[in-house]
Design a protein around this ligand. Sequence first.
Ligand code: FES
Length: 254
Amino acid sequence: MKYDVMLCKITEKKRLTADVFDLTVEAGELAEAASAGQFAHVYVPGKTLRRPISICEIDRAAGTLRFVFQIRGEGTAWLADACPGDTLDILAPLGNGYSLGNTRQKAVFVGGGIGVPPLLEAAKAFGENAAVLAGFRNEESIILKEDFEKYGNRVLIATDDGSFGYHGLVTDLLKGLDFTVIFACGPVPMLKAVCRTAAARGVPCQISLEERMACGIGACLGCACRLKKDGTEFYGHVCKDGPVFDSETVVWEG
Ligand code: FES
């Protein structure tokens, strides 16, 4: 895995919802090396640990990385205050991303809330062969719908309160679809439901567990996860072994 630290200038900033922001940075070789589903570590002044932020989009020709993140604490609040022209100290690309395989197969992407942005780069590669199922609390919290559509993806939205699209769980939308591979990122209950569907249908499935990361650098036990390989269970780290895993290798707690 090739990664490096770079001072990256912010070229664009947008506020997508009340607490979700969209930053594009000049990242040169980091963008060249990055792949869908990986993450970056952003230095926050005064904090010992860098903040893990998933990569939303990669533009290798322009040498830019795009990050869409939610304010969840002091670090991300500081990041949300950054402006075009400011410089971020970024360590990237980190972790293991999605293995896309044949992008002509029928793929379905399932995302929940802030788990939607890490799917964009992978879904982009599938274009019209991808359906994107995105779940949000309500209409106000919907993000990136037009971004997926711009790349030819068919987007179906579910909201918890029924204010937009399907009223209910985003995973309910899997029922009416035909697909041969699943990629997912979002809250654990959603991922568990996705894995059950993948197992029942016998299709390969990759899930990102990145929401469980704390330090992101292998320095804490915050991201320990039970994994299995060849029938043997062991503990791994989401930040180093993932954040993307084959669904069959993850052992769910409880
Ligand atoms: Fe701390 Fe992985 S998030 S060890």
